[in-house]
Each structure stands twice: as structure tokens, then as C-alpha cells.
Design a protein around this ligand. Structure first.
Ligand SMILES: *Cc1c(COP(=O)(O)O)cnc(C)c1O
Length: 221
């Protein structure tokens, strides 16, 4: 199916729900992004800073770029002012680096805290027990705002997906009831090509879809 056809069928699934669709364009050429853009998509996700920067410079300025991959501290300086939402805040050290560079430019870093909900060693994100101390540190910032939570759940069957999505929703709802400085719970970023329908049923407000829009990725090119 073409990119347009894929988008139509995903949008039909999301129709009537208040869910943001982020088109994950990693490894894909700017032509594909332009095609999705022409079909009305404005939110695009990349997992590598360099790739995002290269595409950002070539594509329309009204695109909202989402950084969905792990962010190394030494790359923060490149993204200031270029990224709409950072989905991968996962340490106090990264928080401090964001605070330093964004405050120097008089800008605000909008972020999601990434949680390693499946406690997988191969994945980034913080463990739930470290959430409180990260939140406390955020309260002392002037230039970093937390807008919600993000997770990449372990691969598994439908029951397993539901379990992790529910865990995330429950953490999200509990934080939402409390009042913190600099922290609001508006965005729950979870769900990818194979599980986004389940994620939406379980309360996702944003889904990140790559192969379901652009087709299989080839990492060997
Ligand atoms: C690649 C990626 C996605 C999209 O995955 P698909 O299976 O292609 O939909 C979503 N989120 C993150 C963090 C990713 O790295």
C-alpha cells in the first residue's frame, strides 16, 4: 500500500479519538516525509539527532519534530529550538544538560519522561522507582517542562501489551492528580505499528507509527 493509503486507514482507526499521530520517519528519505506532509501530517518522529537535523533543514518549517530516541547529553546543544517534543527524558543528568542549554537560549524544552516499564536491560528509560527524584529535580528547573510520559513496551502478545499500557496509564493518572511545578500530564506517548489500537484503548494520547505508514525499514542500506 502507498503512504497515503496507509495514512487513510490509520486515520480511520483513530477517527473521533483525541489522539496525536506521530509519523516515525527514521531511515526513510525526505521524499517519503514530504508525501506524508502533503497528505496533512505535521508531526514526525526521529530517533537520531543527526538524522533529525538533516531532515529538519530540508523540510517545511511548520513540521513538529519529535525526538523519540535516546538523547545523549553531548547532543543536546544541537537540538535547542529545533525539536517540538523530546520523548526521552530519562535521567537527572540529561535534565540538567537540557536546563543549561535551553536557559542559555531563553527557550523552553518540552519533554516526556520515558519509563522503562518492562525493566528491560536493552531499553533506555527510567525505572518507576526513580520517577520521584527526577520529578523533584524538574521542579527546580526554569527551562524544562514535562508534558507527560512515554514508553516502549516489551514485545509480547495482546494480553502482555495491555498489561504494560495499563501500568503506564495508572502511573500517568496518579501523577496527574498531584500538583508539581513544571510538570503536567497531558501526553501519554505509547503504541507503535503493531499495538497502537490496543494502546489507544488503554488511554494513549499519542501514538508513534513508522512501518505502518512508510513500510519496512532497511537498516543495511
Ligand atoms: C521506531 C520507533 C517507533 C515506530 O515503530 P514501528 O514499529 O515502525 O511503528 C516508535 N517509537 C520508537 C521509540 C521507535 O524507535
Amino acid at each position: 500500500m502507498s503512504i497515503e493509503e496507509n495514512l487513510n486507514s490509520i486515520e480511520a482507526d483513530l477517527n473521533g479519538k483525541k489522539v496525536v499521530l506521530v509519523a516515525v520517519s527514521k531511515t526513510k528519505p525526505v521524499e517519503d516525509i514530504q508525501t506524508a506532509y502533503n497528505a496533512g501530517i505535521r508531526d514526525f518522529g526521529e530517533n537520531k539527532v543527526q538524522e533529525l537535523m538533516g531532515k529538519e533543514s530540508e523540510l517545511p518549517k511548520d513540521i513538529r519534530w519529535h525526538l523519540i530516541g535516546h538523547l545523549q547529553r553531548n547532543k543536546v546543544k544541537y537540538i535547542v529550538g529545533k525539536v517540538y517534543l523530546i520523548h526521552s527524558l530519562d535521567s537527572i543528568r540529561l535534565l540538567n544538560e537540557l536546563e543549561k542549554h535551553y536557559s542559555a537560549e531563553g527557550l523552553i524544552a518540552n519533554t516526556l519522561v520515558q519509563i522503562n516499564i518492562g525493566r528491560e536491560e536493552s531499553k533506555t528509560g527510567i525505572y518507576v522507582e526513580n520517577l520521584e527524584s527526577l520529578i523533584e529535580a524538574c521542579e527546580n528547573c526554569t527551562s524544562v517542562k514535562v508534558r507527560g510520559l512515554m514508553a516502549v513496551i516489551p514485545q509480547g502478545d495482546e494480553e502482555s501489551c495491555r498489561y504494560y499500557f495499563k501500568e503506564m496509564k495508572s502511573i500517568f493518572d496518579k501523577l496527574k492528580e498531584r500538583k508539581f511545578k513544571n510538570i503536567s500530564m497531558n501526553v501519554l506517548s505509547m503504541g507503535m505499528t503493531h499495538d497502537y489500537k490496543i494502546a489507544v484503548e488503554e488511554g494513549a494520547t499519542l501514538v508513534r507509527i513508522g512501518e505502518g505508514i512508510f513500510g519496512k525499514r532497511n537498516y543495511n542500506k
